[in-house]
Design a protein around this ligand. Structure first.
Ligand code: ZN
Length: 111
């Protein structure tokens, strides 16, 4: 947040994957803490114990690389403000639009 560098975030566990970009250079874009507040406690789920469908890691990782290269080159529209979720069982994508949290402990004070 301090350095305003975009975060290309990806996750994969079991057959579920997700990817998004947190880019606070855009005034309307949420930061990571808007969705995952640092004080919140999430159930710890690790792929070391839960396992992960191996090709899913490649799918999500390659998309992260694509988003990073787009950001570096200034090409196209990033996933900022959009969380994409993949169910590899059906190979279906769903997208959630994300907004800034008014009470976000990290970015609520910015502009
Ligand atoms: Zn925030």
């Amino acid at each position: 947040m301090t350095h305003r560098k975009p975060l290309v975030s990806g996750a994969a566990i079991g057959f579920d994957g997700q990817i998004s970009v947190y880019d606070v250079r855009g005034e309307a874009n949420p930061c990571y803490a808007c969705l995952f507040p640092p004080e919140a406690t999430f159930e710890e789920v690790r792929c070391a114990t839960m396992g992960v469908f191996a090709p899913l890691v490649g799918i999500i990782g390659t998309m992260q690389a694509a988003e990073a290269l787009k950001l570096l080159a200034g090409v196209g529209t990033s996933l900022a403000g959009r969380l994409q979720m993949l169910d590899a069982r059906t190979m279906e994508w769903n997208e959630i639009r994300m907004q800034r949290a008014a009470a976000c402990p990290v970015c609520a004070s910015r502009r």
